[in-house]
Design a protein around this ligand. Structure first.
Ligand code: AHM
Ligand code: MG
Length: 336
């Protein structure tokens, strides 16, 4: 039973027993993500001090090489997950190929693979706008004790056992699900502890916010253009408010709390949109559905799409159930 102000550590221990494959492995994995999140948070918060501590590519006063933050975040998450020996494979938006962990160790019985977008929306860092880490966890499908293969990563989103994000915002939060609702933990930076601040988060069924990059309007499919016009019409509870940060984690987080829809449709420039199915859309879709929202490619449930490649892109419509269904209605009616 989630108790407000419980620490993330306490919550993980308390909920371990309710998880259906209760070996403690998933708990250790979430614990590692918690640790990496704190390390990355510390670095992200220093980003504005670039003139003082040196820019990416330079060497700082302590003689350390300054890395770009997305590279730093990638390294930290991979290091933490591999050092602690709790996963058998990792795929990252920042890496061309997946990483095999400890294939030499015959006793290595780890069964989970992690897919990660270490620092999503990183172009926002220079201007002090929130960024995030997105993660997704699957049980491997190939036998334990052997090196992981591509098929361990190319699983449908519906096979996820856990997913979540860290938002490095006005406060830093870790929000995740293991398939039993969505809980949000806020970091107290003074003592480095995450506390349960948002138990059982749920999308309002209806919302009044639409989030889309309207600069791409002329390139959008007709169904999306019609839906945007619908959002702007004066009728009932409309027009809706437009809010677009350009940082998926932050846009999703706000919409989940206030009610809204996030869209990154295909366009005449990008036939599959921009977002990645494995690192961005599937974890957000799992969270959305666990929070009573919905996620679709405009026509079908995101989590039912069979991935064919690691860095695959897909159109994405995600948020309050009734809003996503309305957008789908327009997509169907005006499909080209
Ligand atoms: P990234 O993985 O290169 O950071 O790109 C993903 C980001 C999302 O966080 C955000 O919603 C989207 O790209 C914004 O794209 P655009 O600037 O085209 O609107
Ligand atoms: Mg990304």
């Amino acid at each position: 039973m989630a108790k407000k102000n419980q620490t993330l550590g306490e919550f993980i221990i308390e909920n371990q027993a309710s998880f259906k494959y209760t070996s403690g492995e998933l708990s250790r994995l979430i614990n590692s993500i918690r640790l990496a999140a704190k390390v990355v948070n510390h670095e992200v918060n220093k980003a504005g001090l670039v003139d003082i501590i040196g820019a990416a590519g330079e060497t700082n006063i302590q003689g350390e090489d300054q890395q770009k933050l997305d590279v730093y975040a990638n390294d930290k998450f991979i290091q933490t997950l591999t050092n602690r020996n709790i996963v058998c494979g990792i795929a990252s938006e920042e890496e061309d190929d997946f990483i095999i962990v400890n294939s030499q160790d015959e006793n290595h019985q780890n069964k989970y693979v992690v897919l990660i977008d270490p620092l999503d929306g990183s172009s926002n860092i220079d201007v002090n706008v929130s960024v995030g880490t997105i993660f997704s966890v699957y049980r491997r499908v190939t036998p334990v004790g052997t090196p992981v293969k591509l098929e361990d990563f190319l699983q449908k989103g519906s096979e996820q056992v856990a997913a979540g994000y860290v938002v490095y915002g006005t406060s830093t939060m870790l929000v995740y699900t293991t398939g039993d609702g969505v809980n949000g933990f806020t970091l107290n930076p003074a003592i480095g502890t995450f506390y349960l601040s948002h138990p059982n988060i749920q999308f309002p069924e209806d919302g009044k916010i639409y989030s889309v990059n309207e600069g791409n309007y002329i390139h959008f499919p007709i169904g999306v253009k019609k839906y945007i016009k619908y959002c702007q019409e004066e009728e009932g509870d409309r027009p809706y408010t437009s809010r677009y940060i350009g940082s998926l984690v932050s846009d999703f987080h706000r919409n989940m709390i206030k009610g809204g829809i996030y869209m990154y449709p295909k366009s005449s420039k990008n036939s599959n949109g921009k977002l990645r199915l494995l690192y961005e859309c599937n974890p957000m879709a799992f969270l959305a559905e666990q929070a009573k929202g919905k996620a679709s490619d405009g026509f079908n449930r995101i989590m039912e799409v069979q991935p064919t490649e690691l860095h695959q892109r897909i159109p994405f419509f995600c948020g309050s159930k009734n809003m996503v269904e309305k957008a789908e209605e327009f997509m169907r009616e005006y499909s080209e």
